[in-house]
Write a protein that binds this ligand. Structure first.
Ligand code: NDP
Length: 503
């Protein structure tokens, strides 16, 4: 039985009789203005691209579910975490950070690891990375930092001077720089890496007790990285290798999964802790706060359409559900604003109606109306204001986060413990890395930092030396720098070091 032939139509449903020949006056043209089909087709094509994400532009995504495997009800009242065995639909987007939409998946870069949980209490977005820490702890530095990872304003090329000038003048970045330049900076695939909340969040339970928490999604596929040489080859062989790998694995029924482990700290532990637990440049050492397994994340369905489901996916750390709240982490606080603001710009004020972003298990019941692309019924004739006496939805105080204390003088405060910044980078180098890891780390740094001006090489190598003298010595030797001079720079204060290496 032959299938009925589908008719081509315009965007407004009118049948199209010819899609190969524009309407012209005579066989040689010119083209007539009244060819409405041609004008509609070109006009839509001209507007196909939406603004690229300023960061995390290149990404891949998949659908799946999250399953609770341990009882955490005593820590959080979040309904999706309330019972062992409970499953919640998720959509996950992985990404690189600095590259454009067409850049290679094998670039050295942190990887985004964003999870949207479609819970019965609204969407919960956990927007993390494959690194447990970040380069900076204050959001005022973020736009400058990103500029240095992108292209030079005059040459439009990636620029090692910009990259290392900023980092060497921002030594709190040393922990993240050490992770980034280890082979974990070039994961073999998106399936072979961990995901971290990086930030500290708050969980609170039904009794109003709260806890500080960090999320770790540990890959069940095992960590696998590319060496610098393998990554360089991969960039030209298949710039989309990680995107392709994720799609193929799911298509072949090899569904990737991650075990969610939580670090949970009581307010009492946090008060006396030896460093600021909200500082995103630091981890909580596992021996102080052992991670506990609480769930499993499984990806089992590819998107049917990349633009609809991945390019338009909009994650927002301020999409929280009752039982989960923000912490005072300054970077997180700024992200609570910036993500929604970005989506308003990229996708428009009604981006929450786009199916991938819609809270499908807790439909919207707000008083927000109108604006561009209001594609549902816009609330029909229901009241569009609150309070009202016509049966419109009302707030329920049981859904409030318990009150919490905030105190302190307002001001712009310098970081109080700058020497702390080198401890965990040094720990990673000394205690966690094998000799092979250390050699690869130094080689990866030398290959990149070697492109910067010598005075910047010196300043950054002094920062490595401050984390660990062997680390600094290896990099200095690889770059052919005078280790004695590096050591001297490392003994200076940050201000003295900056003054000694100024242009
Ligand atoms: P542990 O020995 O208990 O844990 C070490 C952690 O380091 C493991 O989670 C391991 O991840 C991870 N790791 C191994 N190689 C690298 C690498 N090249 N880059 C980043 N992480 C790596 O140590 P501590 O908890 O005392 O932490 C020591 C250092 O380990 C920290 O300063 C930090 O740099 C790093 N780290 C710590 C984490 C934490 O939450 N405490 C999380 C991730 C890193 P895996 O088990 O997946 O191999």
């Amino acid at each position: 039985m032959s299938k009925e032939k589908k008719k081509l139509t315009t965007a407004f449903g009118a049948p199209v009789g010819n899609d190969q020949n524009s309407m012209t006056a005579g066989t040689r043209g010119p083209v007539l203005m009244q060819d409405a089909h041609l004008l509609e087709k070109l006009g839509h094509f001209d507007r196909e691209r939406i603004p690229e994400r300023v960061v995390h532009a290149k990404g891949a995504g998949a659908h799946g579910y999250f399953e609770v495997t341990a009882d955490v009800a005593k820590y959080t009242r979040a309904k999706f975490l309330s019972q062992v065995g409970k499953k919640t639909d998720v959509f996950v987007r992985f990404s690189t950070v600095g590259g454009e939409k067409g850049s290679a998946d094998a670039e050295r870069d942190p990887r985004g690891f964003a999870v949207k949980f479609y819970t019965e209490e609204g969407n919960y977005d956990l927007v993390g990375n494959n690194t447990p820490v970040f380069f900076i702890r204050d959001p005022l530095k973020f736009p400058d930092f990103i500029h240095t990872q992108k292209r030079h304003p005059a040459t439009n090329c990636k620029d090692p001077d910009m990259f290392w000038d900023f980092l060497s003048l921002t030594p709190e970045s040393i922990h993240q720089v050490t992770i980034l330049f280890s082979d974990r900076g070039t994961p073999a695939t998106y399936r072979n890496m961990n995901g971290y909340s990086s930030h500290t969040y708050k969980w609170y339970n039904n009794k109003g007790e709260y806890f500080w928490v960090k999320y770790h999604f540990k890959t069940d596929q095992k960590i696998k990285n590319l060496t610098r040489q393998e990554a360089d080859t991969m960039k030209s062989k298949d710039p989309d290798h990680a995107t392709r790998d994720l799609c193929n694995a799911i298509k072949n029924g090899d569904h990737p999964s991650w075990t969610l482990e939580m670090q949970i700290m009581t307010p009492e532990q946090a008060r006396d802790y030896r460093f600021d637990i909200f500082d995103v440049t630091k981890v909580w050492p596992h021996k102080d706060v052992p991670p506990i397994k609480v769930g499993k994340l499984v990806l089992n369905r590819n998107p049917e359409n990349y633009f609809a489901e991945v390019e338009q996916a909009a994650f927002n750390p301020s999409n929280l559900v009752p039982g989960i709240a923000a912490s005072p982490d300054k970077m997180l606080q700024a992200r609570l604003f910036s993500y929604h603001d970005t989506h308003l710009h990229r996708l428009g004020p009604n981006y929450h109606l786009i199916p991938i972003n819609a809270p499908k298990n807790a439909p919207e019941a707000s008083y927000q109306r109108d604006s561009f692309m209001r594609v549902d019924g816009n609330g029909g004739g229901e009241p569009n204001y609150w309070p009202n006496s016509f049966g419109g939805p009302g707030p329920d105080k049981n859904d409030l986060e318990p009150q919490f204390k905030v105190e302190g003088d307002a001001g712009r405060f310098e970081y109080q413990h700058p020497n702390d910044d080198f401890v965990q980078a040094g720990d990673l180098y000394r205690k966690v890395m094998t000799d092979q890891d250390k050699g690869n780390l130094a080689g990866n740094i030398v290959g990149h930092l070697g492109g910067a001006q010598k005075r910047i090489q010196m300043r950054q190598t002094a920062v490595f030396y401050k984390a660990d003298s062997d680390y600094g010595t290896r990099v200095a030797t690889g770059l052919g720098l005078d280790v004695g001079q590096v050591k001297k720079l490392a003994s200076m204060s940050q201000e003295e070091r900056a003054a000694a290496t100024v242009k």
